[in-house]
Design a protein. Structure first.
Length: 686
């Protein structure tokens, strides 16, 4: 805009001064043919070496053809010949803009507008200089002065538009979304339905998850064939954000049908990029992989193809392949947002926490205050910030047993690999018929160390002090577990636990120590099925032995809300039968159907409901019906404090007897008592 204004100024000046014919040179400058213009004015100056206008035009042609510093020197020499000449000064100042030396240009323009406050070109040049320095508020005040000088000047209004676009973007980056929206909408006063504004507003609404408003902007954007395809791509993303992935896939498929009718490589790439994303959102992983493979035949080493492979890897549990794909993006473009933050997410999924921190921090170096990168770092911080948790509950059963217990736990991570836990458990139990009373105090200290990514050793050591009537005893307790992922989508836990039975007063009194040797295995799949199995062998201090098998085959029906249904089977045997003391059948079996539903009531409130029903058989007794259910509501008061309440009921046979009914109500509170992890300042993120 400034370039055109100054060019017109030069033409007018030359005509007023009745200079020799330079019309051809002016035309070359106006057309942007700067090299030819440079040659023209160089030749012109051989015949008229003192012509001021020709020298100015030659300097402009030199600067705009790629040699701004040479142009600066040419204008500086002219200023020696014509000190204080506005025409030369404004070209001299502009040469710093061509060289993108905005800091050097700023004081020059400030001095120029002080000397020539009514010169439109100087005022607008200063405004644009400030805008390039991202000093948008001051830039807008100066562009308003320029418009006041020439109210109908289109170039000034275009400058104001781009200043407002930049200013709005700075508001969005600072998460001041309302101000960003208001700033963008002001542009409509000069340019109704401006497409830059519509796209920016749509993106803003996507960021703040106002999908309907985003769709409205895209609908206004779709005024021709190509823009309609761009709009469909945006609407598909809005539908995904609105958790309507089926509609997103249909919309994206429509966009591919339309883009195949035109010849636009960039638009074709972005459309098929969105289409494969929609396939992945809908968990059509095989189709997505085939499509990526076919696209890669035509589009070699494209970052969007690598990004699709990386996304597919994250959705299918293959985080290692995702890291490799993001590395390919970064080889092509080290400043790529998708590459940097995408790799951070892939490293996190690979359980490589410190490298994930570093990549997120690297993203912020390229994209200051970027919301997603800051949110990712905050997520990592919350996972590793010291916490305290309080769990209190009251239970009662149809055997006249009541109990109250509390469990206080403090979790302190000292690094991303090592953390400690301290817990104190108190349980008071009473039988209202026999009047037996007992209490248990359990103090534990836990150590947890990550041997390798996704391989964690957990050790808990402590003491159980139990009291009943006038007697008491103290027993050591121990819990050792090894959690690992042998293959993708598989979780395996191997463990040993030494505990003291403390369910009711009678069992506490008998001081029964149990040594559990267990294995838990969960197999996930990419087709929504899963299989969980628990095997446990228990040796007791009364020389009894228990073997337990629990297995569950389940299917994930919905993602949001998360609905899972399945079939459970449980089999238990005891070596010795001591029914008068505790439930210990030679054979126990149970089969049940279950459903588990989890979702959100509001942004900060979530719920979980599960229920199961089926049949159980003790020894060779007739089958009896079983039912169990649990419900909880959790409210996140802040990022550092949450509270949940729950209740559960079960009539499945347990440590007491068959025909048993058990109810529990309780609450849990969790507080992150520090603002950041202890080790955060020591992390070397550079």
């Amino acid at each position: 805009m400034i370039r055109k204004i100054i060019f017109l100024f030069l033409v007018t000046t030359s005509l007023l001064n009745a200079q020799s014919d330079m019309t051809k040179g002016f035309g070359l400058l106006e057309q942007g043919n700067f090299q030819a213009a440079e040659d023209f004015f160089a030749e012109y100056l051989t015949n008229d070496p003192t012509n001021k206008t020709a020298k100015l035009c030659y300097g402009r042609a030199v600067g705009l053809s790629g040699e701004p510093k040479k142009a600066t020197n040419l204008f500086a020499d002219l200023l020696k010949e014509y000190p204080g000449d506005f025409e030369i000064l404004i070209n001299y100042n502009e040469s710093f803009l061509w060289a993108k030396e905005y800091e050097q240009a700023k004081p020059l323009y400030a001095d120029l507008v002080e000397k020539f406050p009514d010169k439109f070109g100087a005022v607008l040049g200063y405004a644009n200089t400030l805008s390039n320095l991202k000093e948008y508020k001051l830039a807008l005040s100066w562009v308003e002065k320029a418009i006041a000088l020439q109210p109908e000047n289109e170039s000034a209004k275009i400058s104001r538009k781009f200043m407002r676009l930049g200013y709005a973007n700075s508001f969005v980056n600072d998460q001041q979304y309302k101000k960003g929206e208001q700033t963008l909408k002001k542009i409509f006063e000069d340019f109704p339905n401006d497409k830059d504004v519509l796209i920016n507003l749509a993106n803003l609404y996507l960021i703040i998850k106002q999908a309907d408003k985003a769709k409205s902007m895209y609908a206004r954007y779709a005024t021709n064939q190509k823009d309609s395809i761009t709009a469909l791509n945006g609407i598909a993303l809005a539908q995904h954000i609105d958790e309507n992935d089926k509609e997103a896939l249909l919309t994206s498929k429509s966009a591919t049908n339309e883009v195949d009718k035109i010849d636009d490589v960039a638009l074709t790439e972005s459309t098929y990029d969105r289409y494969v994303q929609a396939l992945i959102w809908n968990r059509k992983f095989i189709t997505a992989k085939k499509k990526i493979d076919s696209l890669e035949v035509h589009y070699k080493n494209r970052n969007w193809i690598h990004a699709l492979r990386a996304t597919l890897g994250l959705y299918t549990g293959d985080a290692k392949s995702s890291v490799k794909s993001y590395d390919r993006i970064l080889v092509n473009d080290s400043a790529s947002f998708d590459g940097n933050l995408g790799k951070a997410n892939a490293l996190f999924a690979s359980d490589r926490i410190v490298p994930a921190y570093k990549m997120a921090n690297q993203t912020l170096k390229f994209y200051k205050n970027q919301k997603d990168a800051k949110g990712f770092i905050e997520k990592l911080n919350l996972m590793h910030t010291p916490t305290t948790e309080e769990h209190a509950a009251y239970t009662f059963d149809n055997g006249n047993n009541t109990a109250f217990y509390t469990n206080t736990t403090v979790d302190v991570p000292f690094s991303t690999k090592f953390r400690t836990t301290f817990s104190y458990f108190f349980r008071s139990t009473e039988n209202t018929v026999t009047d037996n009373k007992a209490t248990s105090h359990v103090a534990l200290m836990g150590l947890q160390y990550k041997l390798f990514p996704k391989t964690v050793l957990k050790t808990v050591l402590g003491f159980n002090n139990s009291r009943f009537l006038d007697e008491a005893y103290t027993q050591p307790v121990l819990d050792i577990k090894l959690d690992l992922q042998p293959f993708k989508l598989q979780n395996l836990t191997l463990g040993y636990q030494r505990e003291v039975q403390s369910f009711n007063a009678e069992l506490i009194e008998r001081e029964i120590v149990q040594n559990h040797y267990g294995l838990n295995f969960n197999l996930g799949t990419n087709v929504n099925f899963g299989w969980y199995t628990q095997l446990m062998h228990t040796q007791q201090s009364d020389e009894n032995v228990r073997n337990l098998l629990f297995t569950s085959l389940y299917y994930n029906i919905l993602r949001k809300p998360a609905l899972k249904m399945g079939l459970n089977y449980q089999y238990i045997t005891f070596k010795d039968q001591v029914p008068t003391i505790y439930f210990s059948p030679e054979k126990y079996q149970a089969v049940e159907l279950f459903a588990d539903l989890r979702g959100k009531i509001s942004e900060k409130t979530s719920y979980a409901v599960s229920a199961a029903t089926g049949i159980q058989q003790v020894e060779d007794d007739p089958n009896t019906n079983i039912f169990r259910a649990e419900a909880s509501v959790l409210h996140q008061f802040s990022k550092r404090f949450s509270l949940s309440i729950y209740g559960k009921y079960s009539n499945i046979a347990s440590a007491t007897a068959a025909g048993y009914e058990f109810t529990e109500v309780g609450l849990k509170a969790k507080w992150l008592f520090l603002k950041k992890p202890l080790f955060y300042k020591k992390l070397k993120l550079d």
